[in-house]
Ligand binder design. Structure first.
Ligand code: SAH
Length: 367
């Protein structure tokens, strides 16, 4: 599916774009023929791609006009993204590349508002309204899938579900567990257990309970490498400290045969983003079945925090990687409609966000 368009849901119903870089001559010729053009067009396209280095189909000026228009619509020249470039003193260059994964992640809510009062989260500011019912939680996925043209099986658009919207899922245990069962059930949404992720701020007793009830991926909002700082950012830490929390995580993996827990870490300028924090964090997680996901802070009105500069985030990541940790930086998506992490709040009482490749769909549910 076209990943580079932002024109909303209509695109979801279209067939995937063909990446021209994946077609050798014979295949490009039959592709061109399928579009109703002469085989020599394939030669022209290859000339643009491989002799002239043109990646923009619209600029391939000697292609017949309507053939070009068709190509622009149905094909693409899609490149891996350069994450990092290094040049050695002898001139050797090293590029770190990443491809856009073909996945669509639906981020759903478990509560209207939240009781937990994390200082950097806008949901906290609206306070707690109520738990969502199981039907309301499942309904978010059902509705999103319906809006996207109801694709299931190999055609599915929603490939991953994350409980990272509003609320603390483990504080609504009773309703969240049956919803997760429906996401996983092959008679239900039939999503694999590694692609359904429950994110928690760290309700330790409920993590133990979770281990007995369902088998899904676990993410934990860590955000600080020591108890002093975490007490401030994630106040539930005063009840269940980092050591207890980590123990519960490893127990969860043991019980579930899980590979790793993802630790979320919001990057707050000057608060938790210094090299020393990275070193402390590495000490905490080194050699453990852990992945770290750094989340650039998403600001909201009235917040005291600022997002760490990109350079600080990358330096933080590098400090961790040098210490053998697996680290990713979360791509911020949907912030122009307040749909990014931690921005779900306001007059509308519940929002569900679908993130699909580079596209983001938002839908709002009034409670
Ligand atoms: N209550 C659950 C799930 C909700 S939030 C939990 O705490 O994990 C999903 C993720 O977004 C959490 O890691 C949360 O800490 C993070 N988050 C909250 N506010 C944010 C903000 N303003 N910017 C970036 N991430 C934020």
């Amino acid at each position: 599916m076209p990943r580079d368009r932002t024109d909303g849901m209509s695109a979801a119903a279209e067939t995937p774009r063909t990446n021209l870089l994946g077609l050798p001559k014979a295949e490009l010729e039959s592709y061109v023929a399928e579009l109703g053009s002469k085989p020599f067009r394939a030669r022209q396209v290859m000339n643009w791609l491989y002799k002239r280095g043109e990646g923009d189909i619209a600029s391939m000026t000697d292609l017949a006009k309507d053939f070009r228009a068709q190509l622009v619509q149905r094909a693409e020249v899609k490149l891996p993204e350069i994450v990092k470039t290094q040049v050695a003193s002898d001139g050797t260059r090293k590029w770190l590349l990443s491809g856009e994964e073909d996945r669509g992640t639906l981020c759903i809510s478990s509560q209207v508002g939240c009781v937990l009062d994390c200082s950097f989260c806008s949901t906290a500011q609206q306070g707690f309204n109520r738990n969502l019912t199981t039907a309301e939680i499942v309904g978010q996925v059902w509705l999103a899938n319906k809006e996207l043209g109801w694709k299931v099986g190999d055609d599915r658009i929603i490939t991953n579900i994350v409980l990272m919207g509003m609320g603390e899922p483990l504080a609504n245990f009773r309703n969240v567990i049956p919803a997760i069962k429906i996401f996983l059930d092959d008679l239900g949404f039939d999503i694999s257990r590694r692609r359904v992720t429950l994110s928690t701020s760290g309700l330790v007793p409920q993590i133990y309970k979770l281990a007995e009830e369902v088998n899904c991926a676990l993410a934990v909002s860590l955000h600080a490498p020591n108890d002093d700082l975490r007490n401030e950012l994630v106040p539930i830490n005063r009840k269940h400290n980092i050591a207890e929390l980590l123990e519960a995580c490893w127990h969860y993996l043991d019980e579930q045969n899980g590979r790793s827990v993802t630790f979320e870490y919001v990057m707050l300028d000057g608060v938790n983003d210094q090299p020393d924090h990275a070193r402390q964090l590495a000490k905490l997680l080194r050699g453990k079945p852990a992945k770290l996901n750094l989340i650039p802070f998403n600001p909201f009105p009235g917040t005291q925090y600022r997002r760490s500069p990109q350079a600080a985030i990358e330096r933080f990541r590098d400090e961790l990687m040098q210490r053998d940790l697996i680290v990713t930086i979360r791509k911020t998506r949907g912030d122009d409609i307040d749909a990014a992490c931690g921005q779900l709040a306001g007059q509308v009482t519940d929002r569900t966000v679908v993130r699909l490749g580079s596209k983001t769909f938002g839908l709002q549910v009034r409670a």
